[in-house]
Design a protein around this ligand. Structure first.
Ligand code: 2AM
Ligand code: CA
Length: 268
């Protein structure tokens, strides 16, 4: 790995260790899909197992650091100065269906700011990582966002509208509006962290998705920033809170144009 700080080493080791068990579990999914019980329970066990390995490994290095993780919630709650933000399997539905598009995402936050992060796709063996001031990398290579300046020539990615969301109709309108406007290709890959990582390395030019959780985006924040991109969280006027991350992440050049194209109703 090209970054060698103690903090990167800790999250790198935790990530690699957890990925071994995750890859094994993914190999079992196919068999489970034909069983009558289905893979649902198995996946939630895999999720918790991966998370346990990550947390154990991290706490071994710093037992007093805070943790916010999708399944386990908060650990060492009082330590808000130094904490890790973890998503053990981002892209759970893909994992559940045997679709190889999911990642482990670990961000490290100091005094409220993410300063290092890893997003690891264990199936493609692609590790995206970055540290504040040191650039962003994919495996051994430095990465940068695309140079695309116009949205009409862009390729975008989104989680799209979620049917459970009260924002469903708005997000659906946005989706249709943007794709119809100038026939911009929009992809829907099902893992928010990998979507952001793929903007960071220039495969996509922009990403948006409403109501994500902090663990979906934490590592992506630093990876995208260090790759020269721009990530922004829009406030929802009904919630007045930044707890749910209404996320727009781009190569920075198409940022304003994408923002303008999203329906701004309900967004301050
Ligand atoms: P997950 O796989 O860890 O649940 C899918 O559109 C992306 O959005 C995934 O990264 C998924 O993370 C994330 N997401 C966050 N909250 C979600 C929710 N309530 N329902 C579906 N996907 C959600
Ligand atoms: Ca997630």
């Amino acid at each position: 790995m090209r970054l060698n700080s103690p903090q990167m080493n800790i999250i790198y080791k935790a990530c690699i260790k957890a990925s071994r068990s995750l890859i094994r579990d993914f190999g079992e999914i196919e068999k489970l899909q034909v069983s009558s019980k289905g893979p649902g329970d198995f996946v939630s066990v895999a999720d918790k197992k991966t998370e346990k390995i990550i947390i154990e490994e991290l706490l071994k290095a710093h037992p007093d650091y805070g943790i916010l993780s999708e399944e386990a919630g908060e650990i060492n709650k009082n330590n808000k100065e130094k904490r890790w933000i973890i998503d053990p399997i981002d892209g759970t539905s893909n994992f559940l269906n045997g679709i190889p598009q999911f990642a482990i995402s670990i961000g490290y936050e100091e005094k409220g700011e993410i300063t290092s992060g890893i997003i690891f796709d264990p199936i493609k063996n692609e590790m995206f990582f970055a540290e504040k001031g040191s650039g962003a990398f994919l495996n051994n290579s430095r990465i940068r966002v695309s140079n695309q300046k116009k949205m009409r020539d862009s390729i975008l990615v989104t989680g799209g509208p979620r049917f459970s969301s009260k924002r469903r109709s708005e997000t659906f309108d946005e989706y249709i509006n943007i794709s119809n406007k100038v026939n911009i290709p929009i992809r829907k890959y099902g893992s928010a962290s990998l979507d952001i990582a793929n903007v960071a390395c220039g495969r996509f030019d922009g990403f948006w998705q409403w109501e994500l959780n902090y663990w979906d985006v934490a590592a992506g924040i630093i990876i995208l920033k260090e790759a020269g991109g721009f990530i922004e969280f829009l406030k929802d006027s009904s919630e007045k809170s930044l707890l749910k991350k209404n996320t727009v992440a781009t190569n920075s050049k198409i940022h304003q144009e994408l923002l303008d194209s999203l329906i701004k109703k309900n967004i301050e």
